[in-house]
Design a protein around this ligand. Sequence first.
Ligand SMILES: [Zn+2]
Length: 459
Amino acid sequence: MIDTAVSHARANYDQYLEQFLAYLRIPSVSALPEHKADVRAAAEWLAADMQRIGLENVQLLEMNNGNPVVYGDWLHAGPDAHTVLLYGHYDVQPADPLALWQSPPFEPTIRDGKVFARGASDNKGQMFSQLKALESCLMGDGRLPVNVKICFDGEEEMGSPNMPAFVAAYKDLLAADSVLVSDGAMVHSEQPVIDYALRGVVAAEIHVSGPQRDLHSGSYGGSVHNPVQALAELIASLHDEFGWVQIPGFYDRVFSLSTAERDLLRSVPYSQEQWELETGAPAPWGEPDYTLLERMTARPTLEVNGIWGGFQGKGDKTIIPAEAGAKISMRLVTNQDADEIAELFTAHVLNSMPETVRVSVQVGAGANAAVTPFDSMEIAAAVRAYSLAWGAEPVRSRAGGSLPIIATFQQELGIPFVLMPFGLDDNRHSPNEHYHLSHFSRGIETAVHYYHYLAEIRH
Ligand SMILES: [Zn+2]
């Protein structure tokens, strides 16, 4: 019952907080080899806690010598019960620059109703709210209203390089009816958000070269195609005046927004004033037929992330540079295929460069977009859970960013997802990362409500 689980959570809140602080003290920085043992210690700490609260089959699973996935389950809700796959990550970002922290990153400190520590919000705090919700049900009520499988990743902050292979290899073990992830940010403390779509991403690097060395522009200017100029010409040709990407085939598979969805997105409280405040840019740019929020979340994009070439020092140096380069990333939407877009991009760059320069393109591993129906029963349960436990009805929206693991789960398991963030900006990935204690406790209660409503809606 919701009531017994919620009162158990409230009665044990101080203990939950103590456990949370102990968890935060483990410096599980996955990017730094010197923390390899700490990452494992965090996995073992979690596994012990999961075992203690009555989860079963708790084990550390490894793939390609990476950091272990912590797995556990509880599958006694009944043969027709919904099975939730709960995903989170126990690794954290590096803490530097250390000098900017007001208290040491791995000595969690409470100030102004917030816990300050690396990982406090991303993702230890948010996933711990979820885990303590399970504890509140299991210890308070003796059972969970739904079946639950847990998959806690130790390499998310490195881009989860082994997760695609892991999910493919453990498809049967991970089989579930929906995925649940508590990560990311709400609009503000009193305005939760449920993102039902994420964009995909492809990143590429272009190298242009011409003469064998930097040349004297007085001697050779006018006779050599300057690589910086050739690259600038290419980049200028990638969009038209309306912001449309000019790569042939780029839009072929792009879905069109339904009227119902455009109405839903228009109900999201996001104004041009807000956009101006966030970006500081002088005026909006982009596809005129779409609102700012649609451009930022529901449309594919191509961005130049960086560009280099030639002399950058003080004063003059009259040369024709030997080479130039740029980094480009593209955000993809539903139905676009990351591999196909990578090929179209590469072919377009190679075909459009004149023979007066040499060009090469490198494309990194991409990720597809992910989308789940915004009127699914899982999202309906989440809306109800936030409304009652958080005290505010969440908006449903698209996110502009990418979470490749969600696309992986969708591809391999073919199931809907629910993103249930309990955080705010919280200085995630920055010094003085923190998590509001009120979000920690409200997160626990929201998750408790969610599991119960999910069971109710199902029957
Ligand atoms: Zn992160």
